[in-house]
Design a protein around this ligand. Structure first.
Ligand SMILES: *Cc1c(COP(=O)(O)O)cnc(C)c1O
Length: 377
């Protein structure tokens, strides 16, 4: 039987990606600039409804440049979602700013507006707020934006996992001043590696900020014939080959969202009746991309998350725990943390990310569900 992945790259059946790459080869634009890069920026901005976009080498690079664009400097406090992947928080430290981690709530699994409000009462000098749309579940952007606007603090949305997810009819990543997306190998669409920074400020400002981001991303070279530098730059630009893959993948994004949501519905249907089992929260007024299907086991459930992961591993099936909260990570142990009943910690302890690979067949899904059900017998 074939190995089942958690989430693996899934190129279009039509071969769109290769057509764009071929064009890049034929015109010898094998560089971090060219038609695919420019078009991918435009196409992604149009798809999500952002004012402008900058194609970069990674989602992490996009978070880094968003923090710089938002004016975050050494010693500034940044409120960051606690339950997330470390890549959300690391760039705060690249800039020598200070992350303070904000717990999640049960309704969204993302940044708790309650805890955020309390955080503003405790910490002065906050320069940015970084909510995440974890597993493609939209954060409560209405309340988060409301609080942040009242305090006059810019918002950077980590939408790395939520391409294709909508909150109240608007795409995630377009509520805050900046949004970031990732095209890493495990994401809903991939370019083998890459990221996008989008800006949602008014048109002129957005273009100016994204122009600055592209400047930082190409070694901060001043417009001079010789090499002139007034600022520290980075090598963060996306290559024209990688962007070609992205353009092709964007054509099948809607298809992938549909498949991911079907996988989640299948788990709900076939495992939902097991005692102690519940699933990540989807809400009527939203469309989550269901990047990963996440199951929760109640504290008194005799089957533990590790039992599920080990049983699947024996069947050559990949699964993984929910992200370990940042305030529990040794590297961030000294950082501030504003809790909301430690929701993130319990989601981590009681959760399992089930295989969510869009290449799975119905047989594969049946096999996964069969192994899990077997643990309750
Ligand atoms: C993948 C991911 C990132 C980083 O994206 P890269 O493209 O891998 O740098 C950031 N935040 C979250 C929540 C992610 O899942």
């Amino acid at each position: 039987m074939a190995h089942i992945y958690l989430a693996s790259p899934h190129m279009s059946a039509e071969g769109y990606e290769q057509e764009y790459i071929k064009e890049a080869f034929d015109t010898n634009w094998i560089a971090p600039l060219g038609k695919n890069v420019n078009e991918f920026e435009k196409e992604l901005a149009a798809y999500v409804g952002a004012k402008d976009a900058a194609a970069l080498s990674a989602g992490t690079a996009a978070i880094h440049l968003a923090l710089k664009a938002a004016g975050v400097k050494e010693g500034d406090v940044v409120f960051c979602q606690d339950l997330t992947f470390s890549a959300t928080a690391n760039p705060i430290v690249y800039e020598k700013a200070v992350p303070v981690f904000i717990d999640s709530d049960h309704r969204t699994w993302n940044m708790s507006p309650d805890a955020l409000e309390r955080a503003f009462e405790t910490y002065p000098g906050v320069k940015a707020v970084l909510p995440v749309h974890l597993y493609g579940l939209p954060a409560d952007m209405e309340q988060i934006m409301d609080i942040c606007r009242r305090h006059g603090v810019p918002v950077i949305e980590d939408a790395a996992e939520s391409l294709g997810s909508y909150y109240h009819g608007q795409h995630t990543g377009t509520f805050g001043d900046y949004g970031i997306f990732s095209f890493n190998g495990n994401k809903i669409i991939t370019t083998s590696g890459g990221g996008m920074l989008v800006c949602n400020l008014e048109e002129e400002k957005a273009q100016e900020r994204m122009k600055k981001a592209r400047f930082w991303a190409t070694q901060a070279r001043e417009p001079a014939r010789h090499y002139e530098h007034k600022e520290i730059g980075y090598n963060y630009r996306m290559s024209n080959i990688v962007a070609g893959i992205g353009r092709g993948q964007l054509k099948v994004l809607e298809q992938r969202v549909e498949q991911k949501r079907k996988i989640f519905a299948c788990y709900q249907e076939h495992l939902g009746d097991l005692p102690g089992v519940s699933f990540m929260p989807l809400h009527e007024e939203e469309r989550a991309n269901c990047w990963l299907s996440v199951m929760q086991l109640s504290a008194d459930c005799p089957v533990r998350p590790l039992d599920v992961m080990i049983a699947l591993e024996k069947g050559d099936i990949e699964s993984r725990p929910v992200w370990k909260p940042m305030h529990l990570q040794p590297v961030f142990a000294k950082c501030g943390y504003v809790d909301n009943g430690n929701v993130g910690t319990s989601l981590f302890r009681q959760g399992v990310c089930l295989p969510s690979d869009t290449k799975m067949t119905e047989e594969d899904l049946k096999r996964v569900c069969g192994i899990i059900r077997g643990l309750w017998k």
